[in-house]
Design a protein around this ligand. Structure first.
Ligand code: ATP
Ligand code: MG
Ligand code: MG
Length: 420
């Protein structure tokens, strides 16, 4: 809602932070913000500008997100730990109030987009494996080094590291460029890309204002209508984003965390939670990448709610929740009787993960077993028994030989070294 306390309406060419950033194109939005591709005139780089809704509640959430992102940036000067980098933050006053803005490094498509590009068919396990390594690297950093819980891990909140420079490769980056160059200056310091034709004049003015020179528009083009993605040869490097729901393990803010489908059982039962909730979401995410389907998609039914359906789905896949765990949470009485059986859903159809991968998703048996062996321990109903991100990084599944380096001596050698 673009109203008081809500989103800040942005027009292409709008300037932020005293003219340092110029809005180019909307990248996405969430419940809290809109996110724009912007050009940083100070560094001549493209950045993602996250503009928070203005009301107090959203402003507080943004301050909190900035605190977490800042801590993540401070602890990783080399920017190698798979967490989105905060570059700057400032306030912007508009007609709907004062908006906190975060300037983030510009990243590429989310893994959810990637799943969609693949028409929900799932991607090769070698790609999934690559992506898993990056996510786990990020989680290990957040958990072990920073003491932070992300609390909202899911494909939408993991973005590919963009290797695309919007200025050099506007088509692949999905931009329709209007290139502007200052007249009589080849250095092109105020080169901008802007998309809508009707905004040409506006863009021209804005560019001229910044560069202090007149500029001319060189060209216009349309992005291809449907860009299909061939994942061959694409580097799957990715980073964890959206720290709006993050917290410190020793300073939590909410009982109910995580997006429904990625929510851990202890959160539903309210038996207390820690880092291992992110591991649960990680396992759900890995499954979704491999199959194109959400691992758990609970629905409310006749006589039972979404929570109870969710618990039933978990048990059908992973076996019965041990009684002690089932009845140990503040909300347990809502769903379980004293024997540890669900109150309203009595008949469960067990379908273990390896069988599911073989029968429904047609994975070869050996591959399915290996993948299930990797995922199942991460979905232990006892949170303290789940492996940590660090332990997962040691798991043989992540270092399995893939077809592409099979028979390649070097590949085998380096695998042996990793294992040894
Ligand atoms: P939510 O409702 O999920 O909490 P939010 O308002 O906190 O949303 P984000 O999830 O941080 O916002 O960002 C919204 C969308 O903007 C993302 O899903 C993504 O498409 C895009 N986006 C966010 N950060 C970046 C970035 N650094 N680079 C490129 N795109 C980004
Ligand atoms: Mg988000
Ligand atoms: Mg958020």
């Amino acid at each position: 809602a673009y109203r008081k306390g809500g989103y800040h309406a942005v027009r292409i060419g709008d300037q932020f932070s005293g003219g340092r950033y110029i809005a180019q194109r909307k990248l996405g939005w969430g419940q809290f913000s809109t996110v724009w591709l912007a050009y940083d005139t100070r560094t001549s780089n493209y950045v993602a500008l996250k503009i928070q809704k203005s009301s107090l509640q959203f402003a507080q959430a943004a301050l909190h997100e900035i605190e977490l992102l800042q801590a993540a940036a401070d602890g990783d000067p080399a920017n190698t730990k798979c967490v989105v980098r905060l570059i700057d933050d400032f306030k912007h006053t508009g007609p709907n109030g004062q908006h906190l803005c975060m300037v983030l490094e510009f990243l590429g498509d989310s893994l959810l987009r990637l799943i969609k590009y693949n028409r929900y068919k799932g991607m090769e396990l070698s790609k999934v494996r690559e992506i898993c390594k990056y996510i786990l690297t990020g989680l290990d950093y957040l958990h072990r080094e920073l003491g932070m819980i992300h609390s909202d891990l899911k494909p939408e909140n993991i973005l590919l590291c963009s290797t695309i420079d919007p200025a050099k490769d506007p088509i692949r980056s999905g931009l329709t460029p209007i290139l502007e160059k200052p007249e009589g200056n080849q250095n092109g310091t105020s080169t901008m890309t802007l998309i809508e034709k009707k905004l040409k004049r506006r863009a021209k003015k804005a560019a001229a204002k910044i560069s202090g020179r007149r500029v001319s528009i060189i060209g216009l083009s349309e992005p291809p209508k449907k860009t299909k993605r061939n994942l061959d040869g694409i580097d799957m490097r990715c980073k964890v984003v959206d720290f709006g729901n993050g917290c410190w393990a020793d300073k939590k803010f909410a009982e109910e965390i995580q997006t429904r489908q990625y929510r851990a059982p202890e959160v539903i039962l309210q038996s207390g939670y820690s880092y291992s909730v992110d591991m649960w979401s990680f396992a759900c995410t890995a499954f979704e990448l491999a199959t194109g389907d959400m691992l758990f998609a609970p629905k409310e039914g006749n006589g039972y709610g979404e929570d109870e359906d969710h618990l039933a789905l978990m048990m059908e896949l992973l076996g019965k929740i041990p009684r002690k765990i089932a009845i140990g949470g503040a909300r347990s009485k809502d769903y379980f009787d004293r024997h540890g059986d669900l109150k309203r859903i009595r008949r469960l159809k067990y379908w273990p993960l390896d069988r599911l991968l073989i029968d429904k998703y047609k994975l070869p048996e050996a591959e399915a077993r290996e993948f299930a062996d990797f995922l199942c321990p991460i979905m232990d109903f006892a949170p303290e028994k789940r492996p940590t991100a660090q332990q997962c990084l040691q798991h043989p599944w992540l270092n399995l030989r893939t077809q592409s380096n099979e028979g390649n001596i070097e590949g085998q050698m380096s695998n042996m070294q990793i294992k040894g």
